[in-house]
Design a protein around this ligand. Structure first.
Ligand SMILES: *[C@@H]1O[C@H](CO)[C@@H](O)[C@H](O)[C@H]1NC(C)=O
Ligand SMILES: *[C@@H]1O[C@H](CO)[C@@H](O)[C@H](O)[C@H]1NC(C)=O
Ligand SMILES: *[C@@H]1O[C@H](CO)[C@@H](O)[C@H](O)[C@H]1NC(C)=O
Ligand SMILES: *[C@@H]1O[C@H](CO)[C@@H](O)[C@H](O)[C@H]1NC(C)=O
Ligand SMILES: *[C@@H]1O[C@H](CO)[C@@H](O)[C@H](O)[C@H]1NC(C)=O
Length: 370
């Protein structure tokens, strides 16, 4: 270390003398030259004195800047769910459509909170073409229960255009109960699979299957909870299953642990680590649930026990896990009872918001600016 410092000192002295001399060749005035050499001298002295404390100054500079960028990205990923709702009665309430349901009576709109922290992230509602650019050539897998199905529908709505002919048939096919669904949107080479996976164990099997086939989707959205709550009604079992899922996901990732680097891993072919999202459970409004069985089994107490199990599983980013939360809980809580008819499945705008949240997180993670 001493020798290094001495050599640096000599080097610094040379620079302090030679650079201003070179500048003098460039017709700088004597005062300017003195100023430059003074400034250089001070800068170099600071560097030399700091050197022993850091592996190298350049390492320091890159680590500081990556920490700053990393912090910004982590904080934006954490803020991406901060959405506020405006739900108000529609002006023309006298709808004569006998089929109109109670949720149709309310105008709902959402946006990201206007706090300075959230604004700094510049989240945007993405247009069809934004989404097409972002997802061009991607493989997206959405797996889970009915909430996941609604998210898949909402994503296709955005990419295909909600009122296209194509979307009508998608809607029909996607809602065949309890079945998988695949679509290739040729225009943008987007492949999307919906996988009906009502239990956490089904998600674990899915991960195992992908691992076995060595096929890695670009985006993997998973979520489960309600089905398990209704049919098994045992939060410890849910907790155990989530932990197994977490282990499986962690070992699945070619490149876990850092949001910071999403580059290719070393190896013959570059494999990017998939972007992973967990679809949280919606708030349940017990009195609105449509069967007696649901009202009994899906109590608030049970809901909270399931929610704790998710927290304890360390599956999510917030708890050091691999998956980014799409916070359906806060979306549904904030949209409120006027956004649901059955206390469980919510208005399309909730899942639309969820999709925009996911795409914005995706933009941050892949630091793409489109
Ligand atoms: C109401 O729903 C029924 C059956 O679902 C349908 O046949 C009818 O056309 C609908 N009416 C309107 C006004 O949409
Ligand atoms: C998708 O990407 C391909 C090649 O990367 C490009 O040729 C094509 O125009 C893109 N399509 C859209 C809709 O952005
Ligand atoms: C999901 O898992 C359950 C229990 O582990 C199993 O009985 C069922 O067949 C699985 N369903 C699918 C669609 O894989
Ligand atoms: C709940 O699940 C746990 C873990 O799988 C199991 O040990 C326990 O017996 C189950 N409880 C009931 C009431 O089935
Ligand atoms: C989305 O597209 C619009 C124009 O179509 C553009 O102004 C905007 O910057 C795009 N958003 C992103 C996130 O790139």
């Amino acid at each position: 270390m001493m020798i290094g410092a001495v050599q640096l000192g000599v080097l610094a002295a040379c620079v302090v003398v030679l650079v201003p001399m070179a500048m003098a060749g460039w017709h700088l005035s004597r005062n300017k030259m003195l100023f430059f050499s003074g400034a250089l001298f001070i800068a170099l002295a600071v560097c030399v004195h700091l050197t022993p404390y850091f592996p190298s100054v350049s390492d320091l500079v890159t680590s500081v800047s990556s920490v700053v960028v990393f912090d910004h990205r982590v904080s934006c990923i954490n803020s991406v769910n901060e959405v506020v709702w405006d739900v108000k009665p529609k002006i023309q309430v006298q709808i004569v459509d006998a089929n109109a349901s109670s949720v149709d009576f309310y105008e709902k709109s959402w946006d990201w909170a206007k706090t300075s922290k959230v604004s700094a992230c510049e989240f945007q509602k993405l247009s069809k073409s934004n989404a097409s650019d972002l997802l061009n050539g991607s493989w997206v897998v959405v797996a889970g229960d009915s909430q996941a199905r609604l998210v898949a529908l909402s994503l296709l709505n955005l990419v295909l255009g909600s009122d296209s002919k194509r979307m009508e048939s998608v809607r029909g096919d996607l809602f065949k109960r309890h079945s998988d669904y695949n679509i290739l949107v040729e225009e943008i080479g987007l492949k999307m699979d919906f996988i009906w996976a009502p239990y956490v164990t089904n998600l674990t099997s899915l991960i195992r299957e992908l691992k076995r086939k060595k096929s890695y989707p670009d985006v993997l959205v998973m979520g489960e909870g309600l089905w398990h709550m209704l049919h098994i009604t045992n939060s410890s079992d849910y907790s155990v299953a989530l932990q197994m899922l977490r282990n499986s996901v962690v070992s699945f990732l070619p490149l876990l642990s850092d949001l910071g680097t999403n580059g290719p891993v070393t190896g013959s072919e570059s494999v990017r680590s998939p972007h992973l999202f967990w679809l949280g459970m919606p708030m349940l409004i017990n009195s609105m649930l449509n069967t007696q069985e649901k009202r009994e089994k899906m109590s608030d107490t049970m809901w909270h026990a399931y929610d704790r199990a998710l927290g304890d599983s360390k599956l999510l980013h917030q708890t050091g896990g691999p998956m980014v939360l799409m916070d359906i809980e806060s979306l549904t809580w904030n949209c409120g009872p006027r956004c649901t008819e059955d206390g469980m499945h919510y208005d399309g705008t909730v899942y639309e918001a969820a999709v925009h949240i996911m795409l914005n997180a995706l933009l941050i993670e892949s630091h793409q600016t489109l």
